[in-house]
Ligand binder design. Structure first.
Ligand code: RIB
Length: 305
């Protein structure tokens, strides 16, 4: 089983600040670093580092060649990337003293075409996973077509769609969401407990698998009709950017390797913990042996084997 990931590739401009800039305020950043990013690229790198076979479907401009190289170095197939004559997508990210982030994204070259989608779909076969986020064009077409072709559709609706009801969400086989996306998807109030969000989402999407991540409060999931809880591993938070993507890639790679749901959640949580303890998005994604060492130190290794 392989993963076809239709996902964004961005150049992240990361500015560290003591506190997020408030409306009307001008603040001097403490540092500025350019990192590789994009929810799609991060998830492909995480899944590939975790051992999955990944084909990345996405688009870059003339300035994005290093993103393609990074994907290849991680073991993902970047040979199908669309190369456009417009600048690669980019972000402006503020990271505060607590490691939390705010992200402003400009899509740039993250524009896919219907013909391109077909080229990438042709690389997969029945039962493979089609993974997507909401940072490229054609989200609706990717979901509908992937479902029609018999792929298993995994949707990480981030950034959250402006009009989710316009998407064919009943064609989604698995949602991987953080708690704020879960609340929006379930039409629940912000701050609703993750377990309640899971119930709401299950009522709305009764046949879908559901994974709700809640940062330091862990993860709750409904997979194959059974509920799972995974605690987060406490670490010193440096930068949360890309941690959700790391979780997503590691979780799906473990699923592709037919690991148990609990093992997949445990491994993904460990990978995300390592990611939040480092700066940047793509550069913070751990290698598989780092995840194993992390779990071994905490006597959790037996849970993923
Ligand atoms: O999820 C983190 C990612 O979101 C960043 O790498 C940034 O590019 C935005 O897409």
């Amino acid at each position: 089983m392989k993963i076809l990931n239709f996902g964004s590739l961005n150049i992240d401009n990361v500015y560290t600040v003591e506190e997020f800039v408030r409306p009307g305020e001008t603040v001097t950043a403490k540092s500025h670093t350019v990192f590789a990013g994009g929810k799609g690229l991060n998830q492909s790198i995480a899944a590939a580092r975790a051992g999955a076979e990944v084909i990345h479907g996405g688009a870059i401009g003339p300035d994005g060649g290093f993103l393609a190289s990074l994907l290849e170095e991680a073991g993902a197939d970047a040979g199908h990337l669309l190369r456009l004559d417009i600048p690669t997508g980019h972000t402006v990210i503020e990271v505060d003293a607590g490691g939390q982030n705010r992200i402003l994204v400009w899509g740039g070259a993250n524009r896919l075409t219907h013909a391109y989608l077909e080229d990438v779909f042709a690389c997969g076969s029945d039962g493979d996973i089609v993974l997507l986020q909401n940072e490229t064009s054609l989200t609706d077409s990717i979901i509908r077509r992937a479902h029609g072709l018999g792929f298993r559709v995994v949707f990480n609706p981030s950034p959250f769609p402006v009009n989710p009801d316009a998407l064919p969400l009943d064609d989604v086989d698995m949602f991987i969401v953080n708690e704020s996306e879960a609340a929006l998807l379930a039409n629940a109030a912000p701050g609703t407990a993750p377990a309640t969000l899971l119930e709401h989402l299950h009522l709305r999407f009764p046949s879908a698998d559901l994974v709700v991540t809640a940062g330091e409060r862990g993860t709750i999931a409904l997979l194959g009709g059974a509920e799972y809880v995974q605690e987060a591993f406490p670490v010193k938070i440096v930068d949360t950017t890309g941690a959700g993507d790391t979780f997503c890639g590691y979780f799906l790679a473990a699923a592709c390797a037919h690991k148990s749901p609990q093992a997949a959640l445990c491994e993904a949580s460990a990978a995300a913990a390592l990611a939040v303890s480092r700066a940047g998005a793509a550069p913070s994604i751990p290698q598989a042996d780092e995840v194993r060492t992390f779990l071994k130190k905490r006597m959790f290794l037996q849970q993923i084997e």
